[in-house]
Design a protein around this ligand. Structure first.
Ligand SMILES: [Zn+2]
Length: 70
C-alpha cells in the first residue's frame, strides 16, 4: 500500500470506532411513539443502551500522516 499523497509505502491500518448513542434512543422512541403509541415509545427508549457503533478502517501514512480510506 502506497500513500497517494507522497508515495511512501510506510502506511499502516488504523480502525476508528464511532458510537452514535445519543439521539438513537430518542429517534427510535419518537418513531415508535408515532407508529405504536406509548408502548412504542417505551420500546424505542429501551433500545437506548444498545447505541449504534460504526467502525471505519483507514490507512495512515507514516511519512506525511495523511489518512485515507481503504
Ligand atoms: Zn504520505
Amino acid at each position: 500500500m502506497r500513500c497517494p499523497s507522497c508515495g511512501s509505502d510506510s502506511c499502516h491500518v488504523v480502525e476508528e470506532t464511532q458510537t452514535h448513542q445519543k439521539g438513537f434512543g430518542v429517534c427510535s422512541g419518537l418513531c415508535g411513539y408515532v407508529i405504536l403509541g406509548p408502548v412504542g415509545l417505551l420500546c424505542g427508549l429501551c433500545g437506548m443502551g444498545d447505541g449504534h457503533t460504526s467502525r471505519k478502517a483507514y490507512w495512515v501514512c507514516g511519512h506525511c500522516g495523511r489518512k485515507f480510506r481503504i
